[in-house]
Design a protein around this ligand. Sequence first.
Ligand code: ZN
Length: 305
Amino acid sequence: MAASDGRYSRPGAGICYGRKVFAMAWFSRQKSGVEGSGEGEKRVRTEGLWQKCESCQQIIWKKSLDENLQVCPQCDHHFYLDARSRLGMLFDDAQYSEFDPDLVSSDPLRFVDSKTYVARLAAMQKATSLADAILSAGGTLNGRPVHICAMESKFIGGSMGAAVGEKITRSIERSVERRIPLVVVSASGGARMQEGAVSLMQLAKISAALMRMDEAKVPFISVLTDPTTGGVTASFAMLGDVNIAEPGALIGFAGPRVIEQTIRQKLPHGFQRSEFLLEHGFLDAVVKRPEMKGYIARALNFFCD
Ligand SMILES: [Zn+2]
């Protein structure tokens, strides 16, 4: 705005008298303070060797984290574990043969958001070295033949599109046919938005296949990890003969904010975490990652022998 005495000012830009500019001192001081903190440099120097635990704030040597299956040795906080490591952890000697490795989505809706779905899939495949958000494999667990599917939450949020749904369904059918127990490790944000109704159809398809599995009396163990939400919770993740979760995992259907706004009530502490769900009868057990394989083996002994 122009004042009558020749003075010109606009918000946040200091005040100009003719050509002379008097900058407001606190702006420049604040700027140099933040930029010169050197926090970024510290992070770069220690990257790859140390990791800060987001739960207990301890700095952990990354090698000890790797040896402990990505569980904090100080406070038992469970860090993210990728799908391939998950299979390696559960199968004997990390040996397994993969099923349907080339099954990919066909982009039925020709979906475009900030970029095309085809481009998004290609970028994700490159980043994760996976064809889609799940790995399906067969091998042995403590000597017993099993089929295991492990979801990858870094692949478009571990969302379930047609390829994920089809891989799980085929695993169920293979398990029924060969009478081999199935373990599905979920890590998913739910149905895949980019595939719309096709994605939602997977809920019904997998649930129907699981019903046939139930009739055939072949065991299905569901392992829920952080996060398991939306359509995955609403279908196979909660349909196991045994539903087990890792400690502290976020498990739910809708997010807490949506629920709060709908019921107009404050939600209790720890709502939608494994321990809360176990307490309220939604889960059979909360099992720490290093004990998971032994727990599944005992459950299968109970069902199969
Ligand atoms: Zn910790």
